[in-house]
Design a protein around this ligand. Structure first.
Ligand code: SF4
Length: 219
Protein backbone atom coordinates (compact mmCIF):
# COMPACT_ATOMS: atom_id res chain seq x y z
CA UNK A 1 0.00 0.00 0.00
CA UNK A 2 0.96 3.66 -0.27
CA UNK A 3 1.35 3.82 3.49
CA UNK A 4 3.94 1.03 3.40
CA UNK A 5 5.99 2.92 0.83
CA UNK A 6 6.16 6.07 2.94
CA UNK A 7 6.14 4.64 6.45
CA UNK A 8 9.61 3.82 7.74
CA UNK A 9 11.20 2.13 10.75
CA UNK A 10 14.83 2.27 11.97
CA UNK A 11 16.44 -1.05 11.06
CA UNK A 12 19.76 -1.99 12.64
CA UNK A 13 20.09 -5.25 10.74
CA UNK A 14 18.09 -8.06 9.20
CA UNK A 15 19.20 -11.59 8.43
CA UNK A 16 17.92 -15.08 7.70
CA UNK A 17 19.19 -17.57 10.25
CA UNK A 18 18.26 -20.23 12.81
CA UNK A 19 16.24 -19.07 15.83
CA UNK A 20 18.62 -19.87 18.69
CA UNK A 21 16.43 -19.31 21.73
CA UNK A 22 13.21 -20.32 23.38
CA UNK A 23 10.22 -22.27 22.09
CA UNK A 24 11.07 -21.99 18.38
CA UNK A 25 14.75 -22.80 18.83
CA UNK A 26 16.24 -24.53 15.83
CA UNK A 27 13.75 -23.20 13.26
CA UNK A 28 14.68 -21.10 10.25
CA UNK A 29 13.64 -17.50 10.80
CA UNK A 30 14.14 -14.10 9.22
CA UNK A 31 15.14 -11.55 11.87
CA UNK A 32 14.37 -7.85 11.67
CA UNK A 33 16.21 -5.94 14.39
CA UNK A 34 14.74 -2.50 14.95
CA UNK A 35 16.88 0.28 16.42
CA UNK A 36 15.97 2.03 19.66
CA UNK A 37 15.95 0.80 23.25
CA UNK A 38 15.85 2.62 26.58
CA UNK A 39 15.59 -0.43 28.83
CA UNK A 40 19.30 -0.30 29.62
CA UNK A 41 20.21 -3.87 30.58
CA UNK A 42 23.77 -3.80 31.93
CA UNK A 43 24.61 -7.07 30.17
CA UNK A 44 22.90 -6.16 26.86
CA UNK A 45 24.71 -7.79 23.95
CA UNK A 46 23.29 -5.43 21.30
CA UNK A 47 24.07 -2.03 22.80
CA UNK A 48 24.59 -0.70 19.25
CA UNK A 49 20.82 -0.95 18.91
CA UNK A 50 20.04 1.54 21.69
CA UNK A 51 20.40 4.78 19.75
CA UNK A 52 17.49 4.83 17.31
CA UNK A 53 18.94 7.60 15.14
CA UNK A 54 22.08 5.63 14.36
CA UNK A 55 20.08 3.28 12.16
CA UNK A 56 18.70 3.98 8.71
CA UNK A 57 14.96 4.37 8.39
CA UNK A 58 13.67 1.87 5.87
CA UNK A 59 10.21 1.69 4.34
CA UNK A 60 7.89 -1.14 5.37
CA UNK A 61 7.66 -2.12 1.70
CA UNK A 62 11.41 -2.48 1.42
CA UNK A 63 11.77 -4.36 4.74
CA UNK A 64 9.16 -6.89 3.63
CA UNK A 65 10.47 -7.34 0.09
CA UNK A 66 13.96 -7.99 1.53
CA UNK A 67 12.43 -10.51 3.95
CA UNK A 68 10.73 -12.31 1.05
CA UNK A 69 13.90 -12.35 -1.05
CA UNK A 70 16.40 -13.26 1.69
CA UNK A 71 14.29 -16.06 3.13
CA UNK A 72 13.43 -17.50 -0.29
CA UNK A 73 9.76 -17.08 0.54
CA UNK A 74 8.98 -16.16 -3.06
CA UNK A 75 10.07 -19.61 -4.26
CA UNK A 76 7.99 -22.58 -5.33
CA UNK A 77 9.41 -24.63 -2.45
CA UNK A 78 8.15 -22.00 -0.04
CA UNK A 79 4.69 -22.37 -1.55
CA UNK A 80 4.88 -26.12 -0.94
CA UNK A 81 5.99 -25.54 2.66
CA UNK A 82 3.16 -23.11 3.15
CA UNK A 83 0.69 -25.64 1.76
CA UNK A 84 1.84 -28.31 4.21
CA UNK A 85 1.63 -25.91 7.13
CA UNK A 86 5.19 -24.63 7.49
CA UNK A 87 4.91 -20.91 6.89
CA UNK A 88 8.09 -18.85 7.06
CA UNK A 89 8.78 -17.02 10.32
CA UNK A 90 9.68 -13.36 10.64
CA UNK A 91 11.02 -12.37 14.07
CA UNK A 92 10.79 -8.69 14.96
CA UNK A 93 13.33 -7.93 17.66
CA UNK A 94 15.51 -5.09 18.88
CA UNK A 95 16.33 -3.00 20.62
CA UNK A 96 12.86 -2.74 22.02
CA UNK A 97 10.59 -3.03 18.96
CA UNK A 98 7.52 -1.84 20.86
CA UNK A 99 9.02 1.65 21.07
CA UNK A 100 7.65 1.86 17.52
CA UNK A 101 4.18 1.47 16.08
CA UNK A 102 4.51 -1.96 14.46
CA UNK A 103 0.99 -2.31 13.08
CA UNK A 104 1.94 -1.73 9.45
CA UNK A 105 5.06 -3.90 9.58
CA UNK A 106 3.34 -6.87 11.23
CA UNK A 107 0.35 -6.66 8.89
CA UNK A 108 2.55 -6.41 5.80
CA UNK A 109 4.58 -9.43 6.93
CA UNK A 110 1.43 -11.46 7.55
CA UNK A 111 -0.02 -10.41 4.20
CA UNK A 112 3.16 -11.72 2.57
CA UNK A 113 2.70 -15.13 4.20
CA UNK A 114 4.98 -14.81 7.24
CA UNK A 115 4.15 -15.91 10.73
CA UNK A 116 5.00 -12.88 12.84
CA UNK A 117 7.01 -13.39 16.02
CA UNK A 118 7.80 -10.58 18.43
CA UNK A 119 10.57 -10.38 21.03
CA UNK A 120 9.85 -7.70 23.63
CA UNK A 121 10.79 -6.68 27.16
CA UNK A 122 7.19 -5.63 27.76
CA UNK A 123 8.16 -2.10 28.74
CA UNK A 124 5.85 -0.58 26.10
CA UNK A 125 2.25 -1.29 25.04
CA UNK A 126 1.85 -3.86 22.27
CA UNK A 127 1.20 -2.69 18.73
CA UNK A 128 0.75 -5.02 15.77
CA UNK A 129 -0.53 -8.48 14.94
CA UNK A 130 1.64 -11.23 16.41
CA UNK A 131 1.35 -14.97 15.95
CA UNK A 132 3.86 -15.48 18.75
CA UNK A 133 5.00 -13.16 21.52
CA UNK A 134 8.20 -13.88 23.38
CA UNK A 135 8.10 -11.75 26.51
CA UNK A 136 11.40 -11.23 28.27
CA UNK A 137 10.97 -8.76 31.16
CA UNK A 138 14.00 -6.92 32.45
CA UNK A 139 14.79 -5.56 35.93
CA UNK A 140 15.95 -2.31 34.41
CA UNK A 141 12.54 -1.10 33.22
CA UNK A 142 9.25 -2.21 34.73
CA UNK A 143 7.21 -4.32 32.25
CA UNK A 144 3.47 -3.83 31.64
CA UNK A 145 0.96 -6.43 32.84
CA UNK A 146 -1.00 -5.92 29.59
CA UNK A 147 1.96 -7.39 27.69
CA UNK A 148 2.59 -10.25 30.13
CA UNK A 149 -0.94 -11.60 29.79
CA UNK A 150 -0.63 -11.79 25.97
CA UNK A 151 2.70 -13.68 26.00
CA UNK A 152 3.08 -17.12 24.43
CA UNK A 153 6.44 -17.58 26.08
CA UNK A 154 8.08 -15.99 29.11
CA UNK A 155 11.86 -15.97 28.86
CA UNK A 156 13.80 -14.90 31.93
CA UNK A 157 17.52 -14.28 31.66
CA UNK A 158 19.38 -15.61 34.69
CA UNK A 159 22.33 -13.47 35.72
CA UNK A 160 22.51 -14.50 39.37
CA UNK A 161 20.70 -16.54 42.02
CA UNK A 162 18.18 -13.87 42.93
CA UNK A 163 16.77 -14.00 39.40
CA UNK A 164 14.95 -17.28 40.09
CA UNK A 165 12.67 -15.58 42.58
CA UNK A 166 12.17 -12.74 40.12
CA UNK A 167 11.29 -15.30 37.41
CA UNK A 168 8.61 -16.87 39.65
CA UNK A 169 7.12 -13.46 40.32
CA UNK A 170 6.73 -12.91 36.57
CA UNK A 171 5.39 -16.41 35.97
CA UNK A 172 2.37 -15.31 38.03
CA UNK A 173 1.63 -12.50 35.57
CA UNK A 174 1.37 -14.58 32.35
CA UNK A 175 -1.54 -16.67 31.05
CA UNK A 176 -1.89 -20.35 32.00
CA UNK A 177 -0.71 -21.67 28.61
CA UNK A 178 2.39 -19.50 28.47
CA UNK A 179 5.64 -21.48 28.12
CA UNK A 180 8.25 -20.75 30.77
CA UNK A 181 11.95 -20.53 29.91
CA UNK A 182 15.10 -19.80 31.90
CA UNK A 183 18.13 -18.72 29.91
CA UNK A 184 21.66 -18.16 31.21
CA UNK A 185 23.09 -14.71 30.59
CA UNK A 186 25.85 -15.46 28.09
CA UNK A 187 28.84 -14.05 29.99
CA UNK A 188 27.70 -15.81 33.20
CA UNK A 189 26.77 -19.06 31.49
CA UNK A 190 29.39 -21.21 33.19
CA UNK A 191 28.30 -20.15 36.67
CA UNK A 192 24.54 -20.02 36.24
CA UNK A 193 23.93 -22.99 33.91
CA UNK A 194 24.38 -25.62 36.68
CA UNK A 195 22.06 -23.57 38.91
CA UNK A 196 19.42 -23.44 36.18
CA UNK A 197 19.66 -27.19 35.61
CA UNK A 198 19.12 -27.88 39.32
CA UNK A 199 16.28 -25.38 39.45
CA UNK A 200 14.45 -26.93 36.50
CA UNK A 201 14.85 -30.44 37.94
CA UNK A 202 13.02 -29.21 41.04
CA UNK A 203 10.58 -26.97 39.12
CA UNK A 204 9.84 -28.85 35.91
CA UNK A 205 7.30 -26.40 34.54
CA UNK A 206 10.31 -24.31 33.55
CA UNK A 207 12.40 -25.24 30.51
CA UNK A 208 15.98 -24.48 29.63
CA UNK A 209 16.68 -22.01 26.83
CA UNK A 210 20.15 -21.98 25.37
CA UNK A 211 21.47 -19.36 22.98
CA UNK A 212 22.07 -22.05 20.39
CA UNK A 213 23.08 -19.54 17.71
CA UNK A 214 26.11 -18.55 19.78
CA UNK A 215 27.31 -22.16 19.86
CA UNK A 216 26.81 -22.79 16.16
CA UNK A 217 28.19 -19.33 15.28
CA UNK A 218 25.31 -17.87 13.36
CA UNK A 219 23.82 -14.38 13.99
FE1 SF4 B 1 19.49 -4.76 25.25
FE2 SF4 B 1 17.15 -5.99 24.91
FE3 SF4 B 1 17.83 -5.02 27.33
FE4 SF4 B 1 17.22 -3.36 25.31
S1 SF4 B 1 15.84 -4.85 26.32
S2 SF4 B 1 18.93 -3.17 26.73
S3 SF4 B 1 18.09 -4.46 23.55
S4 SF4 B 1 18.83 -6.71 26.21
Amino acid sequence: SDENITMTLPVMESFYTIQGEGFHQGRAAYFIRLGGCDVGCVWCDVKESWEENRHPRISIDHIVSEALRESGTESLLAEVNMAIGIPPIAVVTGGEPMMHDCRSLSRALQNSGFRTHLETSGAYPLTGEWDWICYSPKKFKEPLSTVAIKAHELKVIIFNKSDFEWAEKHALTVGEHCKLFLQPEWSRSETVTPMIIEYIKKNPRWEFSLQLHKYIHVP
